[in-house]
Design a protein around this ligand. Structure first.
Ligand code: 13P
Ligand code: SF4
Length: 346
């Protein structure tokens, strides 16, 4: 007979108690409740990168999230630390929309019209893409600090080449007051990225044509409908939401910024949230009776949902080599430059 849920929970807690500080379990906010309840640290992608770097005593780090996050943890940790994923197939379709080769081709294309470009890569990218960025003097960012990283580049007289999320790039540029006609989209599927020479010459920000399917589910039509259905509600969306819809919301924020927005809301308020379903449902349950939380549209990240309590226990019990995450040092060395510049940016 298989283990019951309660048995799995107790077995995980027994390993945690036995391992103490040698074990660090990190859980992203988009993970299911049954998984994140076992995490030592719960956070958004920026907070979890910081936590991974801040625990040199942890010999084993188990990352409940998706691959690019576990890779970043491996890059930011020392030689005596091993990072594991309960589900190694948990990837990010958006991260897969940019390869290092395509990025290098785009970079060469940009140089034709101006030499003041600086690459900024979203952490939702492969280690190889982060390595190219690091070699070119650029920085990584997350949705929490994209504005700070963009501002520093623009204030330094640079033009920003951002990949792979078109929408975070556009929303960040707009928040910093960059006019729409100074933001261009580079489509890696088209010759020369499909950017007209005049548009490229004018551009202060060029964004890659990638997207997150979880957040493109949030549409202008849905926001307008919610405004009619719930005239008193405030609407907040994650900045991976397409610009046309995101601009109609009352606020835009990363996962942690959304949580803070909810926590700071007055009693009795109503908030509609456009981000991944596990987080929205958890906030709704936590706030029940104080703040009414409603999903803009229920939208699940199926990669985040791969990790289960039983796959977490399998790692903790057997430490299978197949679930270790290792970024080759030749790539890690340059990718680390991108991540360290990001952590230094705030
Ligand atoms: P943050 O955790 O940075 O808000 O990003 C959300 C996300 O899409 C993670 O994959
Ligand atoms: Fe990738 Fe979107 Fe899932 Fe985040 S929510 S891991 S960006 S697919």
């Amino acid at each position: 007979m298989g283990m019951q849920d309660g048995d799995i929970e107790r077995a995980i807690e027994a390993v945690r108690a036995e391992q103490g500080d040698r074990l660090l379990i990190l859980g992203h906010h988009y993970q299911a409740d049954a998984v994140v309840r076992h995490a030592d640290e719960r956070g958004d992608s920026l907070e979890l990168a910081r936590k991974a770097a801040a625990h040199p005593e942890a010999e084993r780090i188990v990352f409940c999230g998706v691959r690019f996050m576990a890779e970043s943890a491996d890059i930011l940790t020392g030689a005596g630390q091993t990072v594991y994923m309960p589900e190694t197939a948990a990837g990010c379709p958006m991260a897969d929309m940019a390869t290092a080769e395509a990025m290098e081709a785009a970079w060469a294309r940009l140089q034709v019209h101006a030499d003041a470009w600086l690459p900024v890569v979203y952490v939702n990218s492969s280690a190889a893409v982060k390595a190219v960025c690091g070699r070119l003097g650029g920085s990584a960012c997350t949705s929490s600090n994209a504005s700070a990283v963009f501002r520093r580049a623009l204030d330094g007289g640079h033009r920003v080449f951002f990949l792979p999320d078109e929408h975070l790039g556009r929303n960040t540029a707009a928040a910093l007051g960059v006019p729409e006609d100074e933001t261009a989209v580079y489509d890696p599927g088209r010759a020369d990225g499909g950017v007209e020479p005049a548009a490229l010459a004018r551009a202060r920000v060029v964004v890659w044509k990638g997207f997150c399917h979880v957040h493109t589910a949030f549409t202008e039509a849905r926001i307008r409908a919610v405004r009619r259905e719930r005239p008193n509600a405030r609407i907040i969306v994650h900045p991976e939401t397409p610009r046309a819809a995101a601009r109609l919301a009352d606020a835009r924020g990363s996962t942690s910024q959304i949580i803070r927005y909810v926590e700071e809301a007055p009693d009795g308020s109503e908030i509609v949230i456009g981000t991944e379903r596990n987080l929205v449902e958890r906030l709704a349950a936590e706030q029940r009776g104080r703040v009414t939380i409603v999903p803009l549209t229920p939208s699940l990240c199926s990669d985040m949902a791969r990790t289960s309590e039983s796959s977490l226990l399998e790692v903790l019990r057997d430490w299978p080599e197949s679930r270790e995450v290792h970024v080759p040092e030749a790539i890690a060395r340059d990718a680390r430059l991108s991540l360290e510049r990001m952590l230094a940016a705030g």
